[in-house]
Design a protein around this ligand. Structure first.
Ligand SMILES: Cc1cc2nc3c(=O)[nH]c(=O)nc-3n(C[C@H](O)[C@H](O)[C@H](O)COP(=O)(O)OP(=O)(O)OC[C@H]3O[C@@H](n4cnc5c(N)ncnc54)[C@H](O)[C@@H]3O)c2cc1C
Length: 599
């Protein structure tokens, strides 16, 4: 529990000092719940448990959202596809979450994005049928959200004629469509929401430590009573034990590794997770003229073209991946596939020259085998393969809160004691309180702080009401009020704040996840690295050697990624990408064939 004399903001500040004191807590205390994995599921579970009054620790091997949770399509969505498959309970669940996030929990981070469903040109009878079919689906989506979803938080859909569609999306080849339907879903900066969750957990009293890799479980007889942790920021230090009454592994595509750590007791894992790679391209907004996103059917799945600030995100692919899970690589084939798909409908074809950024993520897909103790929906599963250890995996970003509540319900049942209910549906994340009023007053705020309204809007949409802290830093040090070299839409203050309050420990954390400079600039952050390292180094006390190492590592990563994206296939792309090791000194994270065979 948080000390009531400390403000929620102060308690949620993930500063270097806080890391040291939380590391000490890991060594000294016994926790009710220890969560492994700082993706959206683990950070969500930590918030859920801590807000029920439990004593919680969260450990993450790399950085918050360094796994899948920073590499999604960035939609908070009900899933039109589930509607088509009549999976109504899943649509209902996801739309409820979308409404909650957009209106109460994180309105500063989750915003409506308009998306167009183009209706293909066809004979009149087929046209009527198509409009009826898609129109009914999208109407049902809105009704579901409004009537059952506890508040839409999104505008209603609209039918568009062919001219209307052309007007909204001039780059669409007009002869290929007969009209369109525009609907809304939520959009989020996925990495930022996770950091915000981790900070909200910390504000509720959780000990939160990144660069803390779990290397094994501590067992007493046949029960898990804790974990062994390696502090990757202190490579020479010994591993240490953290005691916990319940351990929750929310490790996404690394879930099988958790089971493998217990293979000596002949454990049946209860669930298996396989990885499917999804690649996205980022192109400048000027490359395509349109005021809404697009959802397009492909032979195997769907393709999204989504507006993303001054850019478009185009994705995704869906292919099996068994190579390095920490740094999944996009190959030239993935990139070609996406360009071919999107060029089917654009009037000016995109080429590789248009591409600013490329990112690849791994979907944690459940692959059968959920034992009798599991709660398996088509989306996610919670299992207890051994007393004291809960695994939660699958699902999607949008429904992280449901997964978190499910696994912590299970933990609470095992802990005994009072039946504490999840209350995260009532808990705004840090920065959400008072957001609507702050947005209304943004011009005043800009005047008061002597900055432009554009700066305040940019900050409000990323930090919510915590914006005042960044503005105060900028007022105290004018060097923080300047734009970053090579990425003028971001301010130096954001880098300093990331290190001071958002748990960023390395340049990579700042350029890739606290900001999205690594995918939003054609130089991929290479031209920003020096400036950002100077600002970050001043906060973290880096000497010249450390600063140099951070910049060199970042540049090597960019070079390796670029090279991998010229490779013809996954194997070659992976080999090129692993040439630049993780800044936290992890060894290449290949799915060991040996472990697989042992399970
Ligand atoms: C291409 C793509 C597009 C997607 N688009 C959407 C979308 O638009 N909307 C949506 O709702 N969902 C989407 N998803 C799904 C969604 O992104 C994932 O379901 C979600 O991010 C998974 O989160 P997670 O926390 O379970 O896993 P992760 O984010 O991977 O987190 C697991 C964490 O565990 C850590 N970890 C692993 N081993 C250890 C260890 N030994 N010690 C400590 N920490 C460890 C890892 O470092 C990692 O940070 C998409 C997924 C992909 C791949």
């Amino acid at each position: 529990m948080r000390d009531p004399s400390v403000s929620r903001y102060t308690a949620g500040r993930l500063s270097p000092i806080r890391r040291t004191s939380d590391l000490r807590r890991l060594r000294d205390e016994e926790f009710d719940v220890l969560v492994i994995g700082g993706g959206v599921t683990g950070a969500g579970a930590a918030v859920d448990a801590a807000s029920r009054g439990l004593k919680v620790a969260l450990v993450e091997a790399r950085d918050f959202a360094a796994g899948t949770s920073s590499r999604s399509s960035k939609l908070i969505h009900g899933g039109l596809r589930y509607l088509e498959q009549l999976e109504l309970h899943l649509v209902h669940e996801a739309l409820t979450e979308r409404g909650l996030l957009a209106t109460r929990l994180a309105p500063h981070l989750v915003r409506p994005v308009p998306i167009m469903v183009p209706l293909p040109a066809a004979n009149p009878a087929k046209r009527v049928w198509q409009r009826g079919y898609y129109g009914l689906g999208v109407a049902a989506y809105d009704v579901f959200a409004g009537v059952f979803g506890g508040g839409r938080g999104m505008p209603l859909h609209r039918h568009l004629s062919r001219n209307g569609a052309r007007h909204l999306f001039p780059s669409l080849q007009a002869d290929k469509i007969s009209g369109a339907i525009r609907y809304y879903d939520g959009q989020v900066d996925d990495a930022r929401l996770v950091v915000n969750l981790a900070r909200t957990a910390a504000a509720q009293g959780a000990a939160v430590v990144t660069s803390a890799r779990v290397t094994g479980f501590v067992r007493e007889a046949r029960q898990v009573v804790g974990v062994r942790v390696k502090d990757l920021e202190a490579p020479g230090s010994a591993e240490f034990e953290v005691r916990a009454k319940t351990v929750v592994a929310a490790t996404g595509v690394w879930s099988d590794d958790m089971s493998a750590m217990l293979r000596d007791v002949g454990l049946r894992p209860g669930l298996r997770v396989r990885a499917s790679k999804g690649v996205h391209l980022v192109v400048p907004r000027s490359a395509i003229t349109g005021e809404a996103g697009l959802i397009l059917r492909t032979a195997t799945s769907v393709l999204f073209v989504l507006p993303w600030g001054g850019h478009w995100i185009i994705g995704t692919t869906d292919t099996d991946w068994q190579l390095d899970r920490s740094h999944p690589a996009a190959s030239a084939r993935d990139i070609r596939y996406l360009l071919d798909q999107v060029n089917e409908v654009l009037d000016r074809p995109l080429t590789t020259d248009d591409i600013e950024g490329v990112y690849a993520g791994l979907r944690p897909l459940l692959s059968g085998e959920a034992d009798s103790t599991s709660k398996l929906s088509r989306e996610h599963a919670v299992v207890e393969p051994m007393l004291g250890l809960l695994l939660v995996a699958g699902g999607k970003y949008t429904t992280y809160r449901v997964m978190a509540a499910d696994v912590i319900d299970r933990a609470v049942r095992r802990l005994g004691g009072p039946a504490l209910e999840s209350r995260t549906d009532q808990l705004p994340l840090l920065g959400a309180d008072g957001y609507a009023a702050a947005w209304r007053d943004r011009q005043d705020m800009a005047r008061r702080h002597g900055v432009t309204t554009g700066v305040v809007e940019h900050l409000l949409e990323r930090y919510g009401t915590l914006t005042v802290h960044l503005l105060a830093m900028m007022a105290a040090d004018p060097e923080l009020a300047v734009p970053l070299d090579g990425a003028p839409e971001y301010l130096a203050a954001e880098v300093a704040y990331a290190a001071l309050a958002e748990g960023a420990l390395h340049l990579d954390d700042v350029l890739t996840r606290r900001t999205r400079i690594s995918i939003e600039t054609a130089h991929r952050g290479a031209e920003t690295a020096e400036h950002a390292a100077r600002v970050m180094g001043a906060v973290l006390g880096w000497d010249e050697t450390v600063r140099r190492r951070e910049v060199e590592h970042y540049q090597a990563r960019v070079t390796a990624e670029r090279e991998s994206q010229t490779m013809p296939d996954d194997l070659a792309a992976d080999a090129a990408r692993v040439g630049a090791p993780d800044v936290r000194g992890l060894t290449a994270d290949r799915r060991a064939v040996l472990l697989e065979a042992d399970l």
